[in-house]
Design a protein around this ligand. Structure first.
Ligand code: ATP
Length: 370
């Protein structure tokens, strides 16, 4: 059993606040991803969990015990970083066995453990090879095997797949998830890659500028983003935002010449009750913003098609709203949709797919249809 509680953690480097009052609870056996742009404080958070850094304020607890003054080697954590540590003068086998020998495990048991972890990571055929002969992909697997074999209750992974090529990254992602479920370790995984976080984690902690923005299951992070930052950070292509004002049941949207969009009777009361200021931002994901003939465009909003990206399974259509040629809108359409570049088109928006944000606070005010 190993649960982790971070309580109001603060870390500063001089005047720079790297992590600001971070509170998180990671349950036993949970897989949590810490996700955010470069410099947002992910690695600093991880280093406070492992013990490599001491917080300036707040506590780190494992199973209720305060860890702040416990050195890394005594915390029962295994970690693996982007710059993996593999001894190139040893064989793959000896690299994996290294930590077990330090723990003075019996030779027979060591062999059992090494073989087992090599089987999980599909590197049994490499065991007798010198580590210096390995490809980068295999080196990464050996580094992972080395950290896993000692069976730490808590496993900390900092961008472990970032040096791998794209194909192996996909394979390793699936493998990691399987292995973590099999071994049942509490896992914290730092990444700036939203696909990794969404596909691997039970819960994602999204950070920006040293502050936790949202901590939730991947489905909720995508479907119920707490603020503009999370809505924009998650999703590819990114969500569309329409800035404007709300008054008397109508959105007046800046980037469109016919910029009025009425709120349906059934939603008007909820909007009136929830809204805090007149300045709003509407969000709609590309898969919900459809391109159609003027007859279909119930919103009355128009845009000019400027480029098209056929992706095989779908086609991404890029447009300028008709009132602002420097803004870009994205629509994800079926692959058989054949748009004409330069054409003025209507936007089809179903109200139930809209997010309403307060511009000043950047917080989500409501999601229509929920
Ligand atoms: P990346 O994805 O680029 O690794 P990150 O989200 O992991 O970024 P951190 O490495 O935790 O971010 O850094 C958070 C902030 O603290 C950054 O502004 C960084 O420059 C600063 N920082 C981190 N370590 C130190 C240090 N040892 N000395 C001074 N500043 C630091």
């Amino acid at each position: 059993m190993a649960n982790i509680v971070l309580d109001k953690l603060v870390k500063r480097f001089g005047k720079q606040v790297a992590v600001n009052e971070l509170s998180l609870e990671i349950k036993d056996r949970e897989f949590v991803a810490i996700l955010g742009p470069s410099g947002c404080g992910k690695t600093t958070t991880m280093n406070m969990i492992s013990g490599l850094l001491k917080p300036d304020a707040g506590t780190v607890r494992f199973d209720g015990s305060v860890m702040n003054n416990i050195p890394p080697g005594k915390r029962g954590v295994g970690f693996m970083f982007q710059n993996y540590a593999v001894f190139t003068y040893l064989s793959v086998y000896d690299n994996i066995a290294f930590g077990l020998r330090i723990r003075k495990m019996e030779t027979e048991q060591i062999d059992k453990e090494v073989q087992e972890v090599a089987r999980l990571l599909q590197i049994r055929h490499l065991l007798s090879m010198p580590a210096s002969n390995l490809s980068i992909n295999d080196m990464q697997k050996v580094a992972l095997a080395r950290s896993m074999v000692v069976k730490p209750q808590i496993f900390l992974l900092d961008e472990p797949l970032s040096n791998l090529d794209a194909a192996l990254r996909n394979v390793m992602r699936a493998e990691l998830k399987k292995i973590q479920q099999e071994l049942g370790q509490t896992t914290v995984y730092v990444t700036h890659d939203q696909v990794e976080a969404m596909s691997l984690a039970d819960r994602i902690a999204v950070m920006n500028f040293a502050v936790l923005q949202q901590y939730d299951a991947p489905h909720n992070i995508y479907n119920r983003p707490k603020n503009l930052f999370v809505a924009n950070f998650i999703g590819s292509p990114t969500i569309n935002f329409f800035e404007g004002r709300y008054r008397g049941g109508e959105f007046n949207l800046k980037d469109f010449s016919a910029g009025k969009m009425s709120v349906s009777k059934e939603n008007k009361k909820q909007v009136d009750d929830s809204i805090r200021g007149e300045d709003i931002v509407l969000g709609i994901r590309p898969e919900h913003l459809k391109v159609g003939s003027s007859r279909d465009g119930v919103s009355g909003l128009k845009a000019k098609i400027v480029s098209v990206e056929p992706l095989g399974s779908k086609t991404i259509v890029y447009m300028h709203p008709d009132g602002n040629p420097s803004a870009i809108l994205k629509s994800s359409m079926d692959s058989d949709f054949k748009p004409k570049i330069g054409e003025m088109t209507s936007l089809i928006i179903n109200e139930k797919n809209l997010y309403l944000f307060d511009k000043k606070s950047a917080d989500l005010v409501m999601r229509f249809g929920s």
